[in-house]
Design a protein around this ligand. Structure first.
Ligand code: GLU
Length: 377
């Protein structure tokens, strides 16, 4: 049953598995203390979803904000990467403890899972995360996930839990990702401007939709902002997962916002196969190839990418690495797993398949990227 209305997110038939992402500004007050009363009510809503038969995975921010206060760090612990990492190390204990305590009041077991970007970019580790989350949910636990801020360096950070939540949604085969924000959805222009209206449903994150986001986190406590929420919606969409943004600030925010359809729902274009979902959500590519107009048209028809249509190769990728496919005008058309390393691609590019065996010195593969390992963007 495709999700195209917000109330479906409370229906276990339409949304058997939900990821709920809670931002720092909701969890931690301006005084640096956890907002216990609000969180207690939210956990009540999570317990109600569980009682209806929905699996729930929580993606919780707040470690840096909580730890910064305890360590007395300036700028909420976000003054430098070292500060953020130290703050997260201290704050994560408090954060996990809080979730565990409040979930236990409903007889629910919390399971802490800390992830880095690399854990989900690498296919084997991704599958391992999938298996672990599956086991936790099957055992009745509520995974409470955060980025492993303390070990993640700048290059391997998600940086924001919006994209982490979307990637977790993919890994867990969730039906929907619900982002609790400090705004009730996407507005057609800067929401502070007069006449700005909320966009209730988005089908396809087009350049026009991107232009509506103003970026930046309004609270200063988290790192998200609307830009990262749109990226999260794109990642979820490529995996066939719905994503919703609602205002998390009121007490018990979920039930009323969903029932009254106060939010923005990003409807996925369709259901994606598991490997393609992973590929579509990958954030880093090892290299790229550029293709001519004929190959671009063939890809759009669902064909594999043949070396004959490739005009340039960039990067030092290996066979099996994820690479981007650029069109003749430089736009990114697709991502896929290369059947060859970069040197072999360079040797084969522009050459018809009949010549490949002689060029390689061994039996060639059927394509440079097979269509089963390719996702159009
Ligand atoms: N992982 C960070 C934390 O726990 C939050 C990232 C974000 O703000 O999205 O504090």
């Amino acid at each position: 049953m495709p999700i195209d209305r917000l109330p479906q997110l409370t229906d276990p038939a339409a949304a058997p598995r939900l990821v709920i992402k809670v931002g720092s500004a909701l969890l931690v007050g301006k005084d640096g203390e956890p907002r216990r009363a609000w969180l207690t009510l939210l956990v009540g809503e999570i317990a109600a979803a569980r009682a209806r038969g929905q699996d729930v995975i929580v993606v919780s921010s707040g470690a840096i904000a909580l730890g910064a206060r305890k360590l007395g760090l300036a700028r909420g612990g976000r003054g430098s990467l070292a500060d953020a990492q130290a703050a997260a190390a201290v704050g994560q204990i408090a954060l996990a403890g809080l979730w565990a305590e409040l979930l236990a009041a409903h007889g629910l077991i919390a399971a802490q899972v800390l992830l880095t970007l690399e854990d989900l970019e690498d296919r084997r580790r991704y599958l391992n995360v999938t298996a672990t989350l599956g086991t936790l949910l099957a055992s009745g636990a509520v995974p409470v996930i955060n980025e492993n801020d303390t070990v993640a360096t700048e290059e391997i950070r998600f940086g924001d839990n919006d994209r982490l939540a979307a990637r977790v949604g993919q890994a867990a085969g969730a039906s929907a990702v619900l982002l609790l924000s400090d705004i009730d959805g996407l507005y057609d222009r800067d929401p502070r401007l007069e006449g700005a209206v909320r966009v209730p449903v988005v089908r396809g994150v087009t350049p026009e939709i991107h232009a509506m986001a103003t970026g930046g986190s309004s609270s200063g406590l988290g790192s998200g902002g609307m830009t990262s929420k749109l990226q999260a919606a794109e990642i979820a969409g490529l995996a066939g997962i719905a994503l919703a943004i609602i205002d998390g600030r009121p007490d018990s925010p979920i039930g009323a916002a969903l029932a009254e359809e106060r939010g923005t729902l990003f409807c996925p274009p369709g259901k994606a196969r598991a490997r393609k979902a992973w590929l579509g959500g990958k954030l880093r590519m090892k290299g790229a190839v550029t293709v001519d107009a004929g190959a671009a048209a063939a890809l759009a028809r669902g064909s594999s990418l043949l070396a004959a249509g490739v005009t340039a190769v960039e990067g030092a990728f290996l066979r099996g690495d994820a690479i981007a496919v650029h069109g003749p005008d430089g736009t990114v058309l697709a991502r896929g797993l290369s059947e060859y390393d970069a040197g072999e691609c360079a040797a084969l590019m522009g050459r018809p398949s009949a010549e490949h065996e002689a060029l390689l010195g061994y039996a060639p593969r059927s394509a440079l990227i097979h269509r089963d390992q390719l996702v159009m963007l």
